[in-house]
Design a protein around this ligand. Structure first.
Ligand code: EPS
Length: 409
């Protein structure tokens, strides 16, 4: 089961294991792609953000490419990418694949028996018949998202070839809401990346930083919301004809699969449910110059670029809500010791206070993968050249569509 139809990707790796692996298949041949130029900078963006923990100072994520590219261009074969964990050298005993040394110090195994509410700790040990929650939390950790971002960066490179850009910004952190500029800046990521909390509102930025400092002081954590925006997307990706081809469903599923995401909206989302239809739907106007929309403009973009499960040609806007990270340093929540069943407080681990700015970068990756998949579905192509021929042919058809002609009645 996947939200992707033609592309496929898998990730593997534990947070403190040797590294993360990503296997991406379905990228056409002939795409100019370099890890250092196209992928590593995206990994660096994911490591940023005010409120991250000490782990991000240890790591300096970059891809070690094993396959799929020759002489700067993709081969159409699977891309295999490894991100080595620098922190592994501190975990070789606790994360060793070998049975533990019976003479060794049991503390060195870093077992954790006090499941944290909100994390996968408890459900994982029950489902997988484990006792040490480390057997679960290592894989459940959002460190896995580094591998997703590597795959998403390749998808972004493919989309950029066809004039499609994917960016994001943070809307809120805790109770602090940003006021967002209208229209958005031309280069969304350049503007958002300039802020340590990736917001477009300088006043909210200061309040967000203050809120993160307060949460840190209190040993607490903060969630928030972010938007992912894709521009240049042509009309016609996705389909209305079958439930699992509808693009909004695919986008929402992919976004919801990100660690700690608890809500997803497209366009106006839940706000649309409060308004009458006349203040939700986007009036249809003519714009003969915009070929990607088929020569139509929209008076607004409440639909977030998707109608009937199909892109309209206006920006695709996907919003997500991230819950606060579940490792609390103080005010620890009730838990139960899995060894004896006694009531206790949840475990603490090194963690982040707030990771919403990083989650937005992960959101970009997931949206890019879904859009690249839908693009390949519409335009096919084993090579970038073939994809381009089909795409150009479609744009020519949209441009040349004539008014008038025979009506049904
Ligand atoms: C993360 C790495 C992890 C966490 C975080 C995400 O590193 P460590 O556990 O060594 O501090 O900082 O994961 C979580 C917050 C979590 O609850 O799993 C990363 O690379 O993004």
């Amino acid at each position: 089961m996947s939200f992707l139809r033609l592309l496929s990707f898998r990730t593997a790796g534990e947070s403190h294991g040797k590294g993360l692996t990503a296997l991406l298949e379905g990228i056409p041949a002939g795409l100019a792609l370099e890890m250092e130029r196209d992928v590593d900078p995206e990994l660096a963006r994911r490591q940023q953000g005010y409120g991250r923990g000490r782990r991000m100072q240890i790591e300096s994520d970059r891809v070690d490419l094993l396959s799929g590219i020759r002489l700067g261009e993709t081969l159409g074969s699977p891309l295999s990418m490894v991100i080595w964990n620098r922190d592994w050298e501190n975990w070789t005993v606790a994360m060793s694949p070998l049975p533990p040394d019976p003479e060794g110090n049991p503390k060195a195994l870093r077992a954790m028996y006090l499941p944290r509410p909100g994390h996968a700790d408890l459900v994982g040990v029950l489902k997988y018949h484990r006792r040490d929650t480390r057997d679960i939390l290592e894989r459940a950790s959002a460190r896995e998202t580094a591998a997703r971002v590597a795959c998403g960066a390749v998808a972004k490179r493919l989309l950029a070839e066809f004039g499609i850009q994917v960016g994001s910004f943070v809307r809120s952190i805790g109770a602090v809401e940003a006021r967002n500029p209208d229209p958005f800046p031309q280069d969304l990521n350049r503007a958002a990346d300039a802020s340590p909390v990736r917001t477009l509102d300088p006043q909210a930025e200061a309040k967000m930083i203050e809120a993160i400092d307060e949460a840190k002081e209190a040993g607490d954590t903060l969630g928030g919301t972010f938007d992912v925006v894709a521009t240049g997307v042509p009309v016609g990706l996705g389909s209305h004809v079958a439930w699992d081809r509808k693009l909004d469903g695919r986008l929402a599923g992919a976004m919801m699969s990100i660690q700690a995401i608890k809500g997803v909206e497209i366009g106006l989302g839940f706000e649309g449910a409060r308004r009458p239809g006349s203040r939700v739907h986007d009036g249809i106007l003519r714009d003969d110059d915009d070929h990607r929309t088929g020569g139509f403009a929209r008076a607004s973009n409440g639909a977030g670029g998707v109608e009937g499960g199909v892109t309209t040609g206006t920006p695709v806007v996907v919003r997500a809500a991230m819950k606060p990270i579940s490792t609390l340093m103080k005010n620890r929540l009730p838990s139960v010791d899995l060894r004896k069943g006694d009531p206790d407080e949840a475990a603490t681990e090194r963690s982040d206070v707030c990771a919403v700015p990083a989650a937005a970068v992960v959101g970009e990756a997931m949206v890019a993968l879904v859009l690249a998949d839908a693009f390949l579905e519409k335009f096919g192509g084993d090579s970038v050249e073939e994809l381009r021929r089909n795409f150009d042919g479609y744009l020519a058809y949209l441009t040349q569509r004539e008014w008038g002609g025979r009506e049904v009645m």
